[in-house]
Ligand binder design. Structure first.
Ligand SMILES: [Zn+2]
Length: 301
């Protein structure tokens, strides 16, 4: 409220301009770099058998993402699978060379919930070392395959800290049949502390309506739902809560020509829905909002 709301007459030129000129919120953008056959729905639908003889397509679809980001003047964090990095080191160098952030998506896309703490440590240690060997830069961000760090996997935070990670992005605070913790905080917070070291969690973007969190942070929902809902949701969070959202997608979501082995219709629907329109939708999103890396949004040097 300013003086103009009372009885004092204020001419327009006396109104404080700062009321109109709130700084634009920059959101965080992320890409989980994996092959189409690493996706859980694809694996389950094909009983895991398809992973062996299928062609690699990650390089071409990630190149398309890099071109898309360059044309939209956006930066992103690439959570790269160790296996993919080892097979495509030039791709990792290219992503880093275009000033995006290199982060870790584990090594073999094994769910954290299916690993022992020892197996998890070996998996993230190996993947982090592969990425750091390629770029020569420290990797500080981690995202679990399929957001598989739930409350029962809180032990993983200790390990991430000990292995040199400073933030995690493995929580989607929604109700979902496979992942999600709808009671989790919706914006970046300190999830774990050990001595003077802390691990920050940056959850995937949601908007809250009538007490329910709605997914506006990408993945299958973005492909399934009209673009307008995501745009409205992001605007709402940026304008009313003055918070950035974190958005994520995969290279295989921009690849409608990927191999389509037979699988049950439910799996087929969830894996392939919306692939044709994904690139156009993303391009529109990049025009409407400003995006940068997770590390930069968290203010980590
Ligand atoms: Zn993944």
């Amino acid at each position: 409220m300013h003086a103009g709301d009372g009885h004092v007459n204020v001419s327009p030129r006396d109104r404080p301009l700062t009321l109109e000129a709130k700084p634009i919120i920059v959101n965080a953008l992320s890409v989980d770099v994996e092959e189409y056959y690493h996706a859980l729905i694809f694996r389950e639908g094909t009983n895991g058998a398809a992973g062996g003889g299928l062609e690699s397509r990650v390089e071409a679809s990630t190149e398309r993402i890099l071109a898309l980001l360059a044309s939209g003047d956006a930066k992103a964090t690439f959570f790269i699978l160790g296996q993919v990095a080892a097979a495509h080191p030039a791709l990792v160098r290219k992503i880093a060379g275009e000033k995006h952030e290199i982060a870790c998506h584990g090594d073999r896309h094994e769910l954290v919930s299916r690993q022992t703490p020892q197996e998890f440590r070996a998996d993230v240690r190996h993947a982090k070392a592969v990425l750091e060997d390629i770029t020569g830069e420290p990797v500080v961000g981690y995202r679990a395959p399929n957001f598989s760090i739930g409350r029962a996997q809180a032990w993983a935070y200790d390990i991430l800290l000990e292995e040199g990670f400073r933030y995690d992005s493995s929580i989607y605070p929604i109700l979902h049949d496979r992942y999600g913790d709808r009671a989790a905080p919706r914006f970046p917070y300190e999830v774990w502390r050990k001595g003077d070291q802390k691990l920050v969690e940056f959850p995937i973007g949601t908007t809250r309506l009538l007490g329910v969190n709605f997914p506006i942070g990408g993945g299958g929902y973005f492909r399934l739902l009209p673009l307008a809902l995501t745009r409205l949701g992001i605007r709402r969070v940026n304008a009313h809560e003055r918070q950035p959202i974190l958005f994520y997608f995969h290279p295989w979501e921009l690849d409608p020509d990927q191999p389509r082995p037979s699988m049950p219709w439910r799996h087929r629907l969830r894996h392939y829905v919306g692939l044709q329109r994904e690139e156009a939708k993303l391009s529109r999103l990049l025009r409407d909002f400003r995006f940068s890396t997770v590390r930069r949004i968290l203010g980590m040097p």
